[in-house]
Design a protein around this ligand. Structure first.
Ligand code: F3S
Length: 771
């Protein structure tokens, strides 16, 4: 008899039922003795079964089988929750069917420091927060108010448990893997499926095993594991794969440090990332008031929470990393897979045109804002202080990940040490990590070239400050702090010293010590609104005149012949992340208003039909009269004329985030298809969910044959013709009247084709649940 333990102290009604998971796993294995990876154990123990469908291990093929899953919980942040909740509302259900939370971390703009920024943010976004609060009450959702913490940190502190499955409308949801929970980033409409109690679909991922041996020492931290992996696998190398760590090195790492690795695995495009159960997870659970979960989990360690013995031979690829010899890494600029081991950075800088001087250093984000991270930062500050350097050389900003971390770091004097060094302590929100930064230290509008260094995870062009000339590097908090004192990106704290003005002394840092957890966390302000029971009488009001919130009108069902002779809105060239398709920063405001946010569509994209200078970013040639205009203006004009259009995309189109606006906007403005060399997984699904056709060239070289003025017809996409796994045909008619054809692939399943015909997945849910 196992005691009844809830999945979280905040979800007392939902038991953590490992026995049910094991029973489910045994059913799927149906006697098979093949050793399972940890990823498989978690996924197969969360399969959605019904009287019509059961699962058998022999029939599941990684990379081929579409799994139907029942996650343990769903999380959304405030920038994606508005649209997810608007979709949930339009599905007409009384309340969510699985534990769901909303986290208010993305909207607050960083400028003056925690207190002022939060005050201003709460006022500026009061309409959105009032909507989130009222919708959360009505539909049984937990709401974390602004200042409570960054989504992934709050999940880690309150909800993550070994062996669980969480989906979140943010690409860094894999953060939960540091607690042995599989976290997967999804679009809002996937979240709505799960919130509605429908099965959530995922292509069964392949599994890359990463064997860790040895233990970290010196300046190396877990951030360097993922920065090194990003260099090995590149930004698309993890696509369709879960990164699963194993080996003795895993047992030497702290839980939040492992979360750092899993968090940034999003930068290699992986489906998720996970560590096996370890004592550090147990210590962390106990420190965060979940000793009951720690006790229960330790009893299931071998059977459910670690990979089976012998499963190393069943990974799709194995990579070895020796922690004993791991160097600090600094990745960037402009892409997180441009990886520089510290010993090679000086040379890389000397051969580059990156400004050597660092203009701004930042510690924080969901990747590196734990107690341990802040403590390491303060340890280095104390060393500098003792050597006679009271202040950092660059501008410096530090943000704690949650209110409890803030309160603990404040109580222990860590934040005061950081402030005394001249740093600004920001609120426990995303801030500059997501472009919410009112930056004044450089001329952002004038595109002043400069270098910033942060402990964040993502450094795409213009991500932090909207300035495409900001060269952004990501690394560990301790390296960031060292750079903040040196003021140069070619500084090596292992070999270099920093002169102390007015003294013959020099500062030579020694590597900080890892302290995994405080003696006890200090509880901060309670900024949580619990779900309300029996809330059917409550209402959610949206002002029809609001420019921030707008109820959704359902998209029109599929119209036969939609793909005949479509003009090409834009042929995107090179990198096109969701930040290029639907930029963040000031646009966050409109995340709940589809009409208004569509004015940012593809603003940062480069068009192969136009010069590739920054003046032409976001522009295209109008296919009907050849004038050059903003892409979204042309799309709107075509929609007004009843002309359906398509986009041509390059490699890994839509990489980066789960931002579903990047799929909603083209659909809303009259797009029918995106034909690319390849897609990022979440974006491809998001396009399908909104009733669009994501298609890929069978021959990647056919992308090069597309010319300005071409018209495109898709053959084989009508109902009855289009089948899972069956190619469709692209027919191109050139301006000169020549016609050529090319084969295209799609990844629609039978079920997903029903979304296409219904006009969107949401239309299909409504038809299924409400009839
Ligand atoms: Fe926020 Fe940046 Fe993480 S946007 S959720 S802190 S990646």
């Amino acid at each position: 008899f196992a005691p009844r333990v809830p999945i979280s102290p905040l979800n007392l009604d939902t038991p953590l039922d490992y026995d049910r998971q094991i029973a489910q796993l045994e059913t799927v294995k149906s006697g098979s003795r093949r050793p399972l990876t940890l990823t498989e154990k978690i996924l197969y123990s969360h399969l959605y079964t019904s009287p019509e469908h059961s699962w058998a291990l022999d029939e599941i093929r990684r990379g081929e089988t579409l799994l139907h899953l029942r996650p343990d919980r769903v999380a959304c942040h405030d920038a994606t929750a508005t649209m997810a909740l608007l979709q949930f509302i339009s599905a007409g259900l009384p309340k969510v069917q699985i534990p769901t939370t909303v986290h208010s971390d993305h909207l607050v703009v960083s400028r003056d420091g925690a207190e002022e920024d939060l005050k201003r943010g709460r006022h500026e976004h009061r309409e959105v927060y009032a909507f989130l609060s009222s919708a959360a009450k009505k539909y049984g959702i937990g709401w974390w108010k602004p200042g409570a913490g960054i989504i992934h940190t709050t999940i880690f502190e309150n909800y993550a448990f070994p062996g669980g499955l969480i989906i979140g409308t943010d690409s860094h949801t894999p953060n939960a893997g540091g607690m042995g929970m599989l976290g997967i980033g999804v679009g809002g409409s996937d979240a709505v499926d799960a919130m509605a109690g429908m099965p959530w679909e995922l292509m069964c991922p392949k599994v890359v095993g990463v064997r860790l041996t040895g233990s970290l020492n010196g300046w190396a931290s877990t951030k360097d594991i993922i920065c090194k992996l990003a260099g090995i696998l590149t930004v698309s190398g993890g696509k369709g794969r879960v990164i699963e760590f194993f080996g003795p090195g895993t047992q030497t790492l702290g839980a939040t440090a492992m979360a750092t690795v899993c968090n940034m695995s999003a930068e290699i495009g992986s489906t998720s990332c996970i560590f096996p159960y370890s004592e550090s997870m147990s210590r962390y659970l106990t420190a965060t008031k979940r000793a009951d979960i720690a006790r229960l989990a330790s009893g299931y360690k071998d059977v459910l929470l670690t990979a089976d013995e012998g499963s190393e031979n069943h990974y799709d690829e194995v990579i070895e990393i020796d922690l004993d010899t791991l160097e600090p890494h600094i990745n960037g600029p402009f892409t997180p897979d441009l990886s520089h081991p510290l010993s090679q950075l000086k040379e890389a800088v000397s051969k580059s045109d990156w400004p050597v001087e660092v203009s701004h250093a930042m510690v924080g984000s969901c990747t590196n804002s734990s107690y341990e991270d802040l403590l390491k930062t303060s340890q280095l500050i104390q060393q500098a202080h003792s050597a006679g350097l009271p202040h950092v050389k660059t501008s410096f900003m530090v943000s704690p990940g949650s209110e409890d971390i803030r309160a603990t770091a404040e109580a222990e004097g860590i934040l005061q040490t950081i402030r005394d060094a001249g740093a600004v302590v920001l609120s426990t929100t995303c801030g500059p990590c997501v472009g919410q930064w009112d930056r004044t230290d450089v001329d952002v509008k004038g595109r002043e070239r400069n270098t910033v260094v942060s402990s964040f995870n993502r450094n795409f062009v213009a991500r932090h400050d909207g300035n495409p000339e900001t060269c952004s590097f990501v690394t560990s908090p301790e390296m960031v702090t060292a750079f903040a004192y040196a003021g140069r990106i070619d500084f090596n704290p292992v070999t270099d010293s920093i002169p102390v003005a007015g003294s013959s002394q020099e500062l030579r840092f020694t590597a900080p010590t890892s302290v995994e957890l405080p003696t006890a966390f200090t509880t901060g302000e309670d900024l949580y609104q619990a779900p309300v029971q029996n809330a059917s009488h409550l209402s959610v009001t949206i002002d029809p005149k609001s420019d921030r919130l707008q109820l959704l009108d359902p998209f029109q069902p599929w119209v036969p012949g939609s793909t005949n002779s479509m003009p090409i809105l834009v042929k995107v060239k090179g990198k096109c992340t969701t930040d290029h398709i639907s930029p963040a920063g000031p646009w966050y405001k409109y995340r709940g208003h589809l009409e208004n946010i569509s004015n940012n569509m593809l603003l940062a994209a480069s068009n192969a039909f136009l010069p590739s200078d920054s003046k032409h970013l976001g522009h295209t040639i109008h296919p009907l009269d050849s004038h050059v205009d903003l892409i979204h203006e042309v799309a709107r004009d075509l929609r007004g004329r009843g002309v359906k259009w398509c986009i041509i995309g390059d490699w890994n189109y839509g990489e980066g985030s789960s931002r579903e606006h990047a799929a909603l906007e083209p659909r809303f403005l009259g797009g029918v298809a995106v034909i690319a060399r390849s897609f990022a997984r979440i974006h491809e699904t998001n396009l399908k969910k909104q009733g669009m056709l994501p298609l890929t060239f069978v021959e990647a070289g056919d992308y090069d044959r597309i010319r300005s003025g071409d018209r495109v017809t898709l053959l084989g996409v009508e109902e009855g013709e289009m089948k899972p796994g069956k190619e469709v045909t692209l027919q191109v008619e050139t301006e000169a009247g020549e016609v050529w054809r090319a084969a295209l692939q799609h990844s629609f399943s039978e079920g997903q084709l029903r979304w296409l015909r219904a006009g969107s997945a949401l239309n299909h849910i409504k038809q299924t649940i409400l009839g």
